[in-house]
Design a protein around this ligand. Structure first.
Ligand SMILES: C[S@@+](CC[C@H](N)C(=O)[O-])C[C@H]1O[C@@H](n2cnc3c(N)ncnc32)[C@H](O)[C@@H]1O
Length: 155
């Protein structure tokens, strides 16, 4: 084999290996990442999974509009009670779809939310209280009542 042929074969082999590694990495990332819009779900520093900013978010930006379903508190039990929001009355609860129910609590939150009742139904809208860096975990404040009624403490 001439040195030139050896060189060409080596280059083709290396290029093939690099392309394979690139494609495998791209494909793996697509499968592993759970994300949509501005939110990625990942391991939290405070509890289980949490919601992280997929990109830099500016103060006031809407992070997620969650279609929501208001139900009576009798429909909610067990662990699900830790995931739902307060509804329009004491005995009502709001189930927020999308990533709305995956945000953890902080007493210094970077996210807040409000409810909007439109012609097509209720939405829970999460927005940034101040600018949030890409990769930062996002929290809203569950409120003292949330922790007191469960006899639990937070990070
Ligand atoms: C709405 S879920 C949040 C997502 C949850 N971390 C998960 O992995 O599914 C509420 C649960 O997270 C826990 N949690 C949220 N924020 C917390 C904090 N700052 N400290 C301790 N536990 C927290 C609560 O105890 C509750 O069980």
């Amino acid at each position: 084999m001439t040195p030139l042929l050896f060189f060409v074969i080596t280059i083709i082999f290396a290029a093939g290996a690099a392309a394979g590694a690139f494609l495998a990495n791209t494909f793996r990332n697509k499968q592993e990442r759970v994300c949509r819009g501005s939110v990625r779900i990942g391991p939290s520093t405070v509890a289980g999974r949490g919601a992280f900013a997929l990109k830099a978010i500016k103060e006031g930006d809407i992070i997620e509009r969650c279609p929501a379903l208001e139900v009576t508190d009798k429909d909610i039990g067990g662990e699900l009670l830790n995931y739902v929001f307060y509804g329009s009355a004491e005995d009502r609860r709001l189930i927020a779809m999308g990533y709305g129910m995956m945000f953890n609590h902080s007493s210094t939150p970077n996210v807040a939310y409000y409810r909007e009742d439109g012609p097509t139904g209720t939405e829970l809208i999460l927005y940034a209280l101040h600018s949030i860096a890409e990769g930062e975990e996002m929290y809203y404040n569950y409120g003292d009542d949330w922790w007191r009624t469960r006899g639990a403490t937070c990070e």
